[in-house]
Design a protein around this ligand. Structure first.
Ligand code: TRP
Length: 473
């Protein structure tokens, strides 16, 4: 395969556009909605530390691998994996990794869109002024009443899916790139304003301690898996989203530098979101472990009490919708690119088909918060005793499918691809040789081993603590 091949879907206009698009994919509900609530559920500091280690040692090297595979293959993840495997004479079955990614993306988007719909609804609620002077209890009960209404959730989910399809149908430059250009910078500004509010609350230091003071007695093996799964989720890794974005990347852009920039920005947004949410939680006597409703129960309090709160609150939820939007398009893009390549459909048709499938799957999540909230399909397994279908979908995708996908991507990049190819794609010269070596060790050994060990530990097959004791104690 020639290395000068280009993608039939077009290309980003340059390095900056790619950084914006990939950051747009990475920064989303995962940072602002999910990171705070799973940190709250898993006791804070120790969880955050594990998450940061996973970003650095697993996330960044796998992101480089994914971008590299994409740029080398220049097609949807399914066809990219097939061709790259063929190029080195490896098994044809690698294309199923692309398939698993397409499926994971649609499953994630099915619930992602429902939550993005909540954010949309909160734009209008905040703008209407219902949160003015709201109490902690008031905000919580407004939220519970909202999610108890399946018709409302369905309406907002539908609107969000239509928004997603509309951008994806327009294609790489006209749709995806335009949307992220001005949204990402504005989001940063509003987060800083909110951080200013949180810093002036009496409980700011408690929030900082909660986030950064690790207490290892509070984290379990399943907490470690959640942290690792979230590292994949928040960086959009393990299912081909970053791979397909990489396939639109011009040839001369440095993969290592851009991956590090993207990961740093993503992490920064998550930490700032935590520094905003937890001081509000503590100042209002709320429960850090209150689950998926956390930001919808805390932020309205801040907006209800700060000067200009209606304005800033509305703006915040608008930006949250945009952050979710620039992520949702990357969740569906691998499926759409594949339909265009292999079935010859137009982008518009492909986006509608995949959008409708995802929309239907979204009903499972909607019902999990109301009519089916007592339906716990795996309640016989103690770990899933209280899990609704939404919880199971989230667990299956973030904690199982993404880490396995990431593991296989790391193995492919580290062991299956030729060293000359990876060196060439990562444009290694003599000066950067150490960096290449480090990357290679991380994708060959560290990332795969970490995923396997965490899995074994969670399933109870293997106890790291005992092994550590055996070696060091
Ligand atoms: N990273 C996004 C977030 O944090 C969600 C997302 C977009 C994603 N594309 C993905 C997660 C691909 C996993 C895989 O909100």
């Amino acid at each position: 395969m020639s290395t000068s091949r280009t993608s039939m879907h077009g290309e980003w206009s340059g390095r900056f556009a790619f950084i914006l698009a990939a950051t747009g994919s990475a920064v989303g509900l995962g940072n602002i909605w999910k990171f705070p609530y799973i940190t709250g559920e898993n006791g804070g500091g120790a969880f955050v530390l594990v998450y940061l280690i996973c970003i650095a040692c697993i996330g960044i090297p796998i992101m480089m691998a994914e971008v590299m595979l994409g740029r080398r293959g220049r097609q949807s993840p399914i066809n990219t994996m097939r061709d790259l495997a063929e190029e080195v004479g490896a098994s044809k079955h690698w294309k199923y990794l692309g398939w698993a990614g397409v499926i994971a993306g649609l499953l994630i988007l099915s619930y992602y869109s429902v939550i993005a719909g909540w954010a949309l609804a909160y734009v209008f609620r905040t703008a209407s002024g219902v949160f003015t002077n709201v109490t902690g209890d008031g905000a919580s009960s407004l939220f519970s009443r909202f999610v108890a209404d399946p018709e409302k959730l369905l309406a907002w989910h539908t609107i969000f899916m239509v928004m997603t399809m509309a951008v994806v149908a327009r294609g790489v430059k006209g749709g995806l790139e335009k949307a992220v250009r001005f949204l990402m910078p504005t989001l940063f500004v509003i987060l800083i304003i909110l951080l200013g509010y949180a810093m002036n609350l009496g409980e700011f230091s408690r929030g900082v301690v909660f986030l950064f003071n690790p207490d290892f007695s509070k984290i379990s093996a399943s907490g470690v898996l959640t942290a690792m799964g979230h590292a994949f989720f928040t960086l959009s890794l393990g299912m081909g989203a970053i791979m397909v974005y990489g396939s639109y990347l011009p040839k001369n852009v440095s993969i290592a530098k851009t991956s590090i920039i993207i990961a740093l920005m993503d992490t920064l947004v998550a930490l700032v979101a935590g520094l905003i949410i937890f001081p509000i939680v503590f100042a209002n006597g709320l429960e850090p472990g209150s689950g998926p409703g956390l930001i919808f129960q805390t932020l309205p309090i801040a907006f209800g009490h700060m000067p200009g709160g209606t304005f800033f609150g509305t703006l915040f939820f608008i930006l949250l919708v945009f952050a979710a939007w620039t992520s949702s398009i990357s969740l569906i893009e691998p499926a759409v690119a594949w339909l265009v390549e292999n079935r010859g459909h137009t982008r518009i048709y492909a986006a509608v088909i995949m959008g409708v499938v995802t929309w239907l799957l979204g009903l499972l999540t909607i019902l999990s918060f109301n009519l089916w909230s007592d339906f716990k399909p795996l309640s016989s397994i103690s770990a899933f005793e209280n899990s609704t279908i939404f919880d199971l979908l989230d667990y299956l995708t973030a904690n199982i499918m993404l880490p396995i996908g990431g593991l296989l991507i790391a193995v492919f990049a580290g062991w299956v691809m030729k060293r000359e190819t990876t060196m060439q794609e990562l444009s290694i010269n003599d000066v950067m040789h150490k960096g290449y070596r480090a990357w290679q060790i991380l994708v060959r050994y560290v990332a795969p081993a970490a995923v396997v060990i965490v899995f074994l530990k969670v399933t109870g097959i293997f106890d790291i603590a005992t092994i550590f004791e055996a070696i060091f104690g």
